[in-house]
Design a protein around this ligand. Structure first.
Ligand code: BGC
Length: 761
């Protein structure tokens, strides 16, 4: 590609030629100096920028929405979420962008054979509490993306879960700042280690889907710095993403993608981010304001009301409303990361390469197993014995596959798509989103483990019939599902479609009932006390059926712990009802009544929803901190999860100073190999001065019976500091730290003495 590019460059009479290599019999191949990998990136950027015309610069800062391209490009092998043309005459590659929260997203295309490996929900990855699992998943996606010719992945979801009903919770890493930072950072690193760019998204406070294009998220700066922003900051320090995607919503009055405070001050000044800020698709509202506030690239331009970074930006640069130096900065940021990541020197292949789907399927399976959370296990009902004679499996389409979450992250899985249903009562403009199942059947995997047994399946639509079938079974497995999607929030975290009544009826008939949950977040469980066991499998991905069976039969331990609180009732949550839902419904009713305008060229992605404020009253006290602050007891606390074995924690000590650490010993005192996730919480004053817990360290350990391990974990003082007057401030003095099994466990306490510290933001 370098040679071809150099040729066209030469044809235009470029200057400053540099002989790079001699190829064969006396031939020399001349390439421009910025294509010399030996030069430092800033020099390469300066050299190429010096050759670029205004048109070429403008061309790099706005890009198409993938669906538009699908219509216009015959060779659509690489059509993902977006495309930004490069500058071929200078050897600058096109950006081929794909969504990638859970795999190389291809859900919208549904081209036969266009499959990719689907990881489980990011919540499952988070529930593993294992950064290696997150890294491995990211690396798998990055490898598939490269083989398919993509070079920019819209991965790295790092929004904190503030509400149990958020439709997109399954794409994020839960409610905790440290867990999200560690896990999202590891996933991003995995992607980028393939020479592929990752984003981190959606910056910031895109905490709900209803009205996401119009809402204004309101929060005090210290609270935001200590919660969502710190999660991003940690993820970025660890993962070094080349790009940040700004969110749809406003933050404290300004759209995220034209928010000077968020982009210029926090991200670029305070955190020293040198990559580029790309907009979310349809998230741009202005030209000069956005450019001056720090937005570097407009994505999915057809979804904006104008191509703000096309002609209007050129005019703004020509008139001086946007300084030419600012346009250079935008381009410089993109070019710098293209060179650094190797996109210029080692471009993604032009034609698709072979992918080892078998090996990648194992990555997805390991993540699903590591993230499966055993919530309840009365009398050791699980693991199931392979000697069972009569087993009844009910509901959740367990006969054909496992559920996945909807939206831009949708993957058309390698294991197949046995069922794809329209959204129940869904709005017409979201017709591209479907309730999609991956083809890994739990029933088949269960049957495979019980060759001599009678294993029957009922779809669960008739609770009375299910109860009759369950009565005499040795074991009953009810699969319950709760579908979530981008763009729509749940109105309630309760299980839909009468599944509560089904579970209650079955459990009343047979207490040896296990409920397997396929959900994208917390659910209510009015039947909890009546069932024997509950396994939260989330959306378990491409190998979900196999992973669930392996955990149910104890071939692996149920190693996951909850990355978010499961409330006992909707009323316990900070916002029991979805803010702005009335506006969303009113607009939907209006749209439904309105005839479509033939030939309309712009799309109003807001759907006509009127703007509204969402005050984040919990501030930095997100998730378990909110429940602790309110004194309410959730159904299951953050961090909860059982093992098939038992563990003892001991020798807990804390070492203070500017680089604090904690140390403890974990021993498997059970009779099976197992997984434990000891968690360390600091108890420091929350916003209202009341001491609240905050996770400061965790470690997933796998131990054989009788085995012990002593671990020492560093603590980032920012997790204990308060954000005050432009800096992180630790007052100094003793801070209690608790070694616990979950956020609600009394655990063991030690004291950590910190010096007074002031740390840069
Ligand atoms: C989503 C992003 C996604 C983009 C491109 C948006 O609607 O919010 O997460 O990357 O679309 O598909």
């Amino acid at each position: 590609m370098g040679g071809k590019a150099a040729g066209s460059w030469l044809a235009r009479g470029g200057v400053c030629l540099w002989v790079l290599l001699a190829a064969g019999a006396g031939q020399t191949r001349e390439v421009p100096p910025w294509l010399d990998p030996a030069l430092p990136t800033p020099r390469r950027v300066d050299l190429v920028l010096g050759q670029m015309t205004l048109d070429e610069k403008i061309g790099m800062v706005h890009g198409n929405f993938g669906s538009i391209l699908r219509k216009s490009r015959p060779d659509d092998k690489r059509i993902g979420a977006g495309h930004v043309p490069g500058v071929p005459r200078l050897g600058i590659p096109d950006l081929y962008e794909s969504d990638a929260s859970l795999g190389v997203a291809n859900g919208g295309t549904m081209r036969p054979g266009d499959v990719a490996t689907a990881l489980p929900a990011s919540l499952a990855t988070a529930a593993s509490f294992d950064p290696d699992i997150a890294y491995e998943g990211g690396a798998m996606i990055g490898a598939e993306a490269r083989a398919k010719g993509f070079n920019v992945l819209l991965a790295g979801g790092a929004n904190l879960t503030r509400d149990p009903w958020n439709g997109r919770n399954f794409e994020y890493m839960g409610e905790d700042t440290w867990l999200t930072g560690v896990m999202a950072g590891a996933a991003i690193r995995g992607v980028q280690d393939n020479g592929i760019i990752s984003t981190v998204k959606h910056f910031a406070l895109n905490a709900q889907e209803s009205g996401r294009y119009v809402l204004d998220a309101r929060i005090e700066e210290p609270a935001l710095r200590e919660s969502d922003l710190l999660a991003f900051q940690l993820a970025m320090e660890r993962g070094q993403p080349d790009s940040v995607m700004c969110a749809y919503n406003k933050v404290n009055g300004d759209w995220s993608c034209e928010n000077d405070w968020l982009l210029n001050q926090v991200l670029k000044r305070d955190w020293g981010f040198s990559g580029w800020v790309m907009s979310d698709w349809g998230g741009v509202h202005s030209t000069a304001k956005a450019a001056l506030a720090g937005l570097d690239q407009e994505s999915g331009q057809e979804l904006d009301q104008e191509v703000y970074f096309g002609e209007p930006l050129r005019a703004a640069v020509q008139s001086g409303a946007v300084p030419a130096a600012r346009l250079d900065d935008m381009v410089r940021r993109i070019l710098g990361r293209l060179f650094d990541r190797g996109l210029v020197d080692r471009p993604a292949p032009e034609t698709p390469q072979a992918i080892d789907y078998a090996a990648h399927g194992q990555v997805a399976r390991r993540a699903a197993e590591a993230g499966a959370v055993l919530l309840r296990n009365e009398g050791g009902l699980l693991p199931l014995s392979t000697a069972l004679k009569r087993v009844v499996v009910i509901g959740g389409h367990a006969d054909i596959g496992v559920l996945s979450g909807g939206g831009s992250s949708q993957v058309q899985a390698v294991s197949g798509t046995p069922l794809r249903l329209p959204i129940p009562n869904g709005p017409a403009n979201l017709g591209f989103i479907k309730v999609t199942y991956h083809g890994s059947s739990p029933l088949a995997a269960i049957k495979a483990r019980l060759p001599g047994a009678q294993v029957s399946y009922l779809d669960g639509h008739d609770p009375a019939a299910a109860a009759v079938a369950a009565r005499d079974a040795d074991a009953v497995l009810v699969f319950a599902e709760q579908w979530r999607t981008e763009a729509i929030d749940l109105e309630s975290p309760a299980l839909p479609d009468g599944q509560d009544a089904l579970i209650a009826a079955v459990a009343a008939a047979n207490p040896r009932t296990t409920v397997v949950l396929e959900t994208g977040g917390a659910v209510l469980m009015p039947w909890l006390g009546k069932v024997g066991a509950v396994l939260e499998a989330w959306y378990p991905g491409d190998q979900g059926g196999e992973a669930i069976a392996r955990v149910l039969f104890g071939e692996v331990d149920a190693g996951g712990r909850l990355p978010l609180t499961f409330p006992a009732t909707e009323a316990q949550a900070p916002r029991p009802r979805v803010p702005g839902l009335a506006n969303v419904k009113a607009a939907a009713a209006q749209q439904a009544a309105k005839p479509r305008t033939p030939g309309a060229t712009t799309v109003d992605i807001t759907g006509g929803v009127q703007g509204f404020d969402v005050p984040y009253v919990e501030g930095a006290d997100v998730g378990y901190r909110w429940y602790e602050r309110q004194g309410s007891k959730p159904l299951f606390p953050f961090g909860h999860g059982l093992s098939y074995s038992r563990f003892r924690h001991g020798g807990f000590t804390a070492q203070g100073g500017a680089r604090p650490t904690v140390r403890f010993t974990v021993t498997n005192i059970g009779s099976r190999p197992g997984v434990d996730v000891p968690q360390v919480y600091a108890v420091a004053a929350g916003a209202d001065g009341k001491p609240l817990r905050r996770l400061v360290a965790f470690k997933r350990v796998e131990l054989a019976p009788g085995q012990s391990v002593t671990v020492t974990l560093p603590i980032d003082p920012r997790l204990i500091a308060r954000y005050d007057a432009g800096a992180w401030t630790v007052r100094g003095g003793p801070v209690p730290v608790v070694l616990a099994r979950d956020a609600g466990d009394a655990g063991q306490t030690a004291s950590l003495t910190l010096p007074a510290l002031t740390l840069k933001p």
